[in-house]
Write a protein that binds this ligand. Structure first.
Ligand code: KG4
Ligand code: ZN
Length: 356
């Protein structure tokens, strides 16, 4: 079984071929990613119209290259998976219309995949992980703690009530004059910084629900930056280190709460899993690995190449769905918003859920 995966929901155009391996993991036969970062950099963020146009310009060639690298033609694949949302609607439409066209022409099953679900299932592609597991999904647009119980069976334990973690990294980077995307820049600067110099808050620490709030931390950092301006490189490094340390403390505390509520919703987890662009952050990975160790759990985070948006995760989510007969037809809609996890049932031992 070989599945083509197509990803165009944000600023990466991606196509990949993945097959199920014998050990429960996936075999990535090709994984082509073209980042549009250079096209958006001047604007300090992703411009939806530029993104959609850039996807149109390269997607057909990228799919051809993914097939080529895997040594295959379109007729050889067993399914065509595409991220049908959530994301920037122009880009989503480019991917979805392309996938529908290929599926019709080549008479292949179409798999309209939720982009977040694809991040959530990446730990099974890379590590063959069994259900259920606790997932921290943190990217530029989303921050959620989710009990992953099965394919299509996700319970949201908490999430951000304002900024996503990646968004906070990006905004802090912009404020400090660093490049976009901000996460890797802030992490790089933080390495040389003193995390103790600026006293920054740890929002939501100690709360009984597993929600996040990042906007107060971002504001506190802005006030410190304005007070210290003009900023020397040392100041920027210390601000980055302080911010990252605060985020790490918040993440550890929130995940700890989610681990406590997990059993009431899904039983005993097989692992703590991090996914999404933010899971590339070394400090966050180290802290989560330590927390998992404390709890006697394995910690699984994708290799860096699979943390950000990619086609392999879409293809894998397609395989998971195809194996269960969960295919889609030509009417599958493109969705700008598409929550993938339900809030838990009322009897779950936790405080109220907040949408975000
Ligand atoms: O999953 P992703 O590639 O795209 C979305 O679906 O959003 O995540 C991108 C986000 C950006 O906000 C970026 O700044 C953040 O992930 N990010 C990081 C790091 N690398 C990427 N945040 C913190 N530390 C990093 N090393
Ligand atoms: Zn993503």
């Amino acid at each position: 079984m070989n599945v083509l995966g197509i990803e165009t929901t944000c600023d990466e155009t991606a196509a990949a071929i993945v097959a199920p391996g014998e050990d429960g993991r996936g075999v990535i036969r090709s994984n082509e990613v073209l980042s549009q970062i250079a096209e958006h950099a001047a604007y300090g963020g992703v411009v939806p119209e530029i993104a959609a146009r850039a996807h149109v310009e390269v997607l057909d060639r990228l799919i051809a290259r993914a097939l080529d690298r895997a040594g295959m033609a379109l007729k050889d694949v067993d399914g065509i998976a595409v991220a049908a949302g959530p994301g920037l609607i122009g880009g989503v439409l480019v991917g979805l219309v392309t996938a529908k066209t290929l599926a019709l022409v080549a008479r292949k099953p179409l798999l309209a995949v939720n982009h977040l679900e694809a991040h959530a299932l990446t730990a099974r592609l890379t590590d063959g992980l069994a259900f259920p597991y606790l997932l921290l999904l943190a990217s530029g647009g989303h921050t959620q703690l989710v009990a992953v119980k099965g394919v299509g069976d996700y319970v949201r334990l908490g999430g951000t009530i304002d900024d996503a973690i990646g968004e906070a990294f990006d905004k802090v980077a912009k404020l400090l004059g660093l490049a976009y995307p901000g996460g890797p820049e802030v992490e790089r600067m933080a390495e040389a910084g003193d995390p103790e110099r600026f006293a920054l808050p740890r929002p939501m620490l100690g709360r009984r629900d597993a929600n996040f709030s990042l906007s107060g931390l971002k504001t506190a950092l802005r006030i410190e930056a304005e007070r210290t301006a003009p900023l020397a490189e040392r100041d920027v490094a210390d601000l980055c280190a302080g911010f990252q340390a605060a985020v790490v403390d918040v993440v550890v505390d929130r995940v700890r709460v989610a681990l406590r509520t997990f059993s009431g919703v899904a039983g005993h987890p097989t692992a703590l899993v991090a996914a999404g662009g933010v899971s590339a952050n070394g400090a966050i990975r180290r802290a989560l690995a330590a927390l998992a160790g404390e709890a006697g759990l394995a910690f699984v985070a994708p290799p860096l190449a699979l943390c950000g948006d990619n086609g392999a995760m879409i293809a894998w989510a397609g395989i998971e769905r195809l194996r269960l007969g969960m295919t889609d037809d030509i009417t599958a809609p493109a969705r700008a918003r598409w929550p993938f996890a339900d809030v838990p049932p009322a009897e779950a031992p936790r405080a109220e859920a907040t949408a975000g």
